[in-house]
Design a protein around this ligand. Structure first.
Ligand SMILES: [Zn+2]
Length: 387
């Protein structure tokens, strides 16, 4: 072999090892077996599951799915056909975690009820895992709501420890669910295509945003943890996002491996009302200036608000939420007008002084819908079969 060839090969090896170790991401999928709002029949649920799992297999993604056991039930009875969907996840070598039986919101129910819901959410899951030689290891908070007081945080942390769960954080939080919901309502291929294209554009911008957020908050890029939901949209389109991530030098890693990065041992004292990314929790705990959060991408208005028939269900949600949800974009924001600390109004956090606050153009200041919140408020049959 010539000296040039040796040098060329060495160079190639260096490049490939550098890129292989450069970026990593864990893909987490909530609301299994299939997310609310998307499924009208068992056949549809089976198709969504098939598509999601074949996408994960194609891109060799060691994903974890978080289960709501009430989604396994039909008229209050566990449906073996729906349990079989979870079985397929395990057969594909993927992991499953607990997401609560009925997706209860820790910020709306008392702690004891919330804890009981987690125990209830393991009745099918734990024996299923045991049959595959596995034990439950991870818990994902519904709405990413982790408790509005130190006392509740401490109590639920102890509960997690006692029950052998590690909390599954999220670093790339996003409005993916809005696209998933719109896609489920779309009746034509042209609408679906338009939504899927907008979804991919949006998700790419979100990934880029949180790469930058990690650099600004942690000081370097860290293994990211992406949250998406078990929607038909992801069965059909997640593969393209995964391909893009791979081209961006991301390795797909298990949640457990991501959590080994020291950043995930960062202190999190956030006790505000919002379900926010762990990157922002760490930043708030460290009292970092709010300007760091500026520029978070938003879903386009036609996905959020309706200018076409496919978005009508979303527009209906919007109207209801604007009356009931304190963070809704359409709701007048008293925090702005009265000059009260925006940190307090958005995050229930009083450390930011008014001087630091920059509501205009600062994205953490942008009110945001919360995933299943919208669906619950819209009266979606969250606790019943959506058959
Ligand atoms: Zn959820």
């Amino acid at each position: 072999m010539t000296k040039f060839a040796v040098r060329f090969l060495t160079c190639l090896l260096q490049v490939s090892s550098a890129s292989a170790s450069e970026r990593a991401i864990s893909i987490t999928m909530d609301d299994l077996p299939v997310a609310p709002g998307s499924v009208r029949s068992l056949e549809e649920a089976q198709e969504i599951t098939r598509n999601i799992l074949s996408t994960f297999q194609e891109y060799r993604v060691p994903a974890i799915g978080f289960v709501n056991e009430n989604r396994l039930e039909v008229d209050g009875v566990v449906d073996p056909a729906r349990v079989a969907l979870l079985e397929q996840w395990l057969q594909a070598g993927l992991e499953l975690g607990n997401h609560g039986y009925a997706h209860l919101d820790l910020h709306r129910v008392d702690v004891a009820t919330w804890e009981q819901d987690i125990v209830k959410g393991a009745r099918v899951l734990d024996p299923l895992l045991a049959r595959h030689g596995k034990t439950p290891r991870f818990f994902r908070h519904p709405f990413l709501h982790t408790g509005k007081s130190v006392a509740i945080r401490d109590r639920t942390s102890a509960f997690m420890k006692d029950h052998g769960y590690r909390v599954a954080p999220v670093t790339i939080d996003n409005q993916e669910w809005m696209f998933g919901f719109a896609y489920a309502q779309a009746s034509t291929d042209a609408d679906k295509k338009r939504i899927a294209e907008a979804y991919l554009r949006y998700m790419k911008s979100v990934v880029e945003f949180y790469e930058e957020q990690a650099r600004a908050i942690v000081g370097e890029e860290i293994p990211q943890i992406l949250l998406v939901h078990a929607y038909a949209l992801n069965g059909d389109s997640l593969g393209e996002l995964l391909g893009w991530l791979r081209g961006r030098d991301y390795r797909f890693i298990p949640l457990e491996e991501a959590l080994q990065h020291p950043a995930y041992a960062s202190e999190d004292q956030y006790t505000g009302p919002a379900g926010i990314t762990w990157l922002h929790r760490w930043a708030i705990t460290r009292n970092m200036p709010k300007s760091i959060f500026a520029g978070e991408p938003e879903a386009p208005d036609w996905i959020k608000h309706d200018d076409r028939s496919i978005s009508k269900p979303l527009a209906a949600l919007d109207r209801r939420l604007s009356r009931r949800h304190p963070f809704h974009p359409n709701r007048a924001f008293p925090g702005f007008r009265s000059g009260r600390s925006f940190g307090q109004s958005r995050l229930g956090h009083s450390r930011w002084s008014n001087r630091e606050l920059q509501p205009v153009g600062s994205n953490l200041g942008k009110p945001r819908l919360l995933c299943d919140d919208a669906i619950i408020l819209a009266g979606w049959p969250h606790s019943r079969s959506t058959r």
